[in-house]
Design a protein around this ligand. Structure first.
Ligand code: HEM
Length: 469
């Protein structure tokens, strides 16, 4: 008979050490003490943390044993999780990532049908999105370089580039009337970081998304909500709003994190290589960043439906189990060192395809190609605009966001030198075009009302200055 999870000594996971980028050391320590799976304290709740790659893969790929619906979480159904537990707003969401079996399959089929037109590059909709992404990137880079004199300057690439770029893509894919975008993304960050204002933020978000659903039912367009409705006209407004929230959060937040993480990787490379970077090389560097720093460093819980063995422990039915891609990527089975032998890489699975940053099994991310497209363009356009970019502080001192699930930089300060002949620009042609297609008057004719884009930039800068950029 195994000791129940709640009775095991569990060290708090989210310590200062964990939040200041020394996560790998903590994973190693837990692995040495407990093996492949460790009991941890997550903001007051006892949770199993899966540290090793083989066990992580086993949990992710066996849906008959491991469920995601909170109805399988014993402590939750028995009322032992406080109503104000900070992670609840990120978990109590009625969307595919928390569905099992038939319900998951139906919701997933609808989402794949709605996302695929944007990532299948033989489709004109995907080609338009790719071209727009290039233009969004050029606009943002022109804007961030537009403030100073001369050819060189300082920029904060998270707040001014890596976050707004995928947000603009998400805005386009969701078919938001332009004016709604900025408030929405701020609230996504409040929910995902398990902050104190998460419950109010998710309320506001859902209200905005319900409004969007009503608009798209009345006037469909070439966007994710309209494609979801076309695939399943009977989907309820509430479920549709939740699925849109998932698409918004993943596109804007996780893709932004991966872009920033990849920029750090790229800036640590020899700059001479950037001018000759080929598309294939971007793929490699993005994969490398995804392995070193998965944007979703811990996944939302899974619960076994019957008691099971995992690592050195017996896991009771309904215990919460959190797979950590970040830990699995440093596990010797993945990174090397298993099987003895001379080479440290012996037995390693270190290939681009095997990593867990986009998940594995039935819930695997359906939009990896789209994420790679956005991040690849983000990197390529940056190096087209700037002849030289360098970190303005040592890489090991960059500020990381503190979140139990998501990993990303708060800020990425750089010094840059513009490529010769590349004009600074403050003209927002592409945003103007979107306004026009949304039936709004051109910005130049509306001096009384600042553009949503400008307000977004101002808000992002304000947040960056207050440490949440
Ligand atoms: C760098 C960007 C991204 C990363 C790192 C990422 C990562 C992930 C991961 C790890 C999962 C699996 C979660 C689990 O098994 O519990 C997942 C699922 C999912 N992702 Fe992504 N994602 C990214 C971008 C996107 C984008 C752009 C979209 C939509 C346009 C998207 C839509 C989804 C959906 C709908 C699911 C749920 C699938 C299911 O439950 O069947 N993701 N993502």
């Amino acid at each position: 008979m195994s000791t129940p999870l709640e009775e095991l000594p569990a060290e708090p996971l989210l310590t200062r050490e964990y939040e200041t980028g020394r996560r790998a050391e903590i994973h190693d320590r837990l692995r040495t003490r407990y093996g492949a799976v460790a009991p941890v304290d997550l903001m007051g709740q006892s949770v199993w943390l899966v540290l090793d790659y083989p066990e992580a893969l086993a949990v992710l790929t066996d849906e008959s044993l491991w469920k995601k619906s909170l109805a399988h979480w014993r402590a939750y159904t028995e009322g032992r999780v406080p109503k104000d537990w900070p992670l609840l707003p990120a978990l109590e969401c009625d969307m595919v990532i928390f569905f099992d079996d038939q319900r998951r399959m139906a919701a997933r089929a609808a989402l794949e049908a709605a996302i695929e037109p944007f990532q299948d590059l033989s489709n004109p909709i995907a080609q338009r999105l790719r071209d727009l992404t290039v233009r969004y990137a050029d606009e943002l880079l022109g804007f961030l370089a537009g403030g100073g004199g001369g050819l060189g300057g300082m920029a904060e690439l998270c707040g001014q580039y890596a976050r707004p770029l995928p947000l603009m893509v998400a805005n386009h894919m969701l078919g938001f009337p332009v004016a709604q975008g900025e408030e929405v993304i701020m609230d996504v960050w409040r929910v995902l970081d398990a902050g104190p204002d998460g419950p109010e933020a998710i309320e506001r978000l859902m209200a905005g998304l319900r409004e969007l659903v009503a608009q798209k039912r009345a006037r469909p367009g070439e966007d994710v909500p309209s494609y979801l409705l076309a695939h399943d006209p009977d989907i309820s407004d509430e479920e549709l709003a939740w699925e849109l929230y998932l698409v918004l959060a993943t596109t804007a937040d996780e893709t932004g994190s991966l872009l920033a993480n990849t920029l750090v990787e790229a800036l640590s490379e020899d700059m001479a290589r950037h001018s000759t970077m080929q598309v294939g090389f971007y793929g490699e560097i993005i994969n490398h960043a995804a392995i070193a720093n998965p944007p979703m460093h811990n996944m939302t819980f899974r619960f076994p439906v019957v008691p099971t063995e995992l690592g050195r422990f017996g896991i009771a039915a309904g215990d919460p189990v959190m797979v950590s891609p970040a830990a699995a990527h440093t596990c010797p089975h993945f990174a090397g060192g298993v099987g003895g032998g001379a080479g440290a890489q012996q037995g390693a699975l270190l290939t681009s395809r095997a990593h867990l940053s986009f998940g594995a099994g039935p819930h695997r991310c359906p939009a990896q190609d789209l994420a790679f497209m956005i991040v690849g363009i983000g990197i390529e356009r940056l190096f087209a605009h700037f002849e030289k970019v360098e970190l303005a502080m040592p890489a090991d001192q960059l500020p990381w966001r503190s979140s139990p699930l998501f990993s990303g930089l708060r800020a990425l300060p750089v010094r840059y030198l513009l490529t010769e002949g590349r004009a600074r620009t403050t003209a927002l042609a592409v945003v103007e075009e979107e306004h026009a297609s949304a039936g709004e008057r051109p910005l130049t004719e509306r001096p009384e009302r600042p553009s949503p884009f400008w307000r977004l930039m101002a808000t992002l800068r304000r947040r960056a200055r207050h440490g949440r950029g």
